[in-house]
Unconditional design. Structure first.
Length: 254
């Protein structure tokens, strides 16, 4: 019988005037679970992201999704509804992110689940779009065993999110140093990540000696993973999630 999933918002102190809110989901039974950081799209910790955290918990891990926008105000905790105005707001928020701040937030999340949620041992990260960008960064800075990176934007080009001052792709050596196993998931028709960028990312990982698998789903678009959206592709979403489960089972245990 599968464990019940227990989920809640938690506040985590990260040294600022306000704590960081994060969404935590875990199986109800047992101790010694591995931790998985769940990194959000531009829209923040929406109900879609919370559902992904619960799905990660159903795989047997303690999942935690931080609100990385928390320094911009507590009203960001619930995420942003998708709209043109909120897209502009989201880009303004991600423009406030720094490598030092994001690293501190992710480390605080791992410390929290280890101190309070009986998560021990190995850890991994999962992220989508902006969250994939963040997951790539996390793999270069944190002691992780596995990273599942869905259609990560802005890795090879300087100027956006954590690709400042130089492209985040230049941090690939840090992933190799930590021996993080990577799964990279792309959409063939992605309007954000062209084929040449996919090749640049794969070439950088290969050159650095990173253990990685790359899958490109033909005929699908950016953000294909989430149901209820125009780009949703069930076959690609189901197959990619099976690959995430296999990666985490192999590298984190069950």
């Amino acid at each position: 019988m599968a464990d019940e999933i227990v989920a809640q918002d938690v506040d985590i102190e990260v040294g600022g005037s306000q704590p960081m809110t994060a969404y935590l989901a875990r199986p109800s039974g047992g101790e010694g679970r591995s931790a998985v950081l769940v990194c959000s799209e531009l829209w923040g910790v929406t109900e879609e992201v919370r559902e992904v955290a619960r799905q990660v918990a159903a795989l047997g891990h303690v999942a935690i999704a931080p609100n990385l926008y928390h320094r911009s105000g507590p009203e960001t905790a619930a995420g942003l509804a998708e709209s043109d105005a909120n897209r502009e707001r989201g880009f303004a928020l991600l423009g406030q992110l720094t490598r030092e701040g994001v690293e501190a937030d992710l480390r605080a999340c791992l410390a929290h689940v280890r101190d309070h949620e009986a998560a021990t041992g190995k850890a991994g990260v999962l992220g989508f779009s902006l969250g994939g960008h963040i997951a790539y960064f996390a793999a270069s800075r944190l002691d992780l065993a596995a990273a599942a990176v869905f259609y990560p934007g802005w890795l090879p080009v300087a100027g956006t999110a954590l690709s400042r001052p130089e492209p985040l792709l230049e941090a690939t050596g840090g992933i190799a140093d930590r021996d993080v196993r990577m799964l990279l998931v792309f959409a063939e028709l992605d309007h954000v990540i062209a084929a040449d960028q996919r090749s640049m990312i794969s070439d950088a990982l290969t050159a650095a000696g990173v253990r990685h698998d790359t899958v490109v789903y033909p005929g699908v678009q950016h953000a294909f993973f989430f149901p209820g959206r125009g780009p949703y592709d069930k076959a690609a979403a189901d197959d990619s999630w099976a690959r995430v489960g296999e990666l985490f089972a192999a590298e984190l245990g069950r």
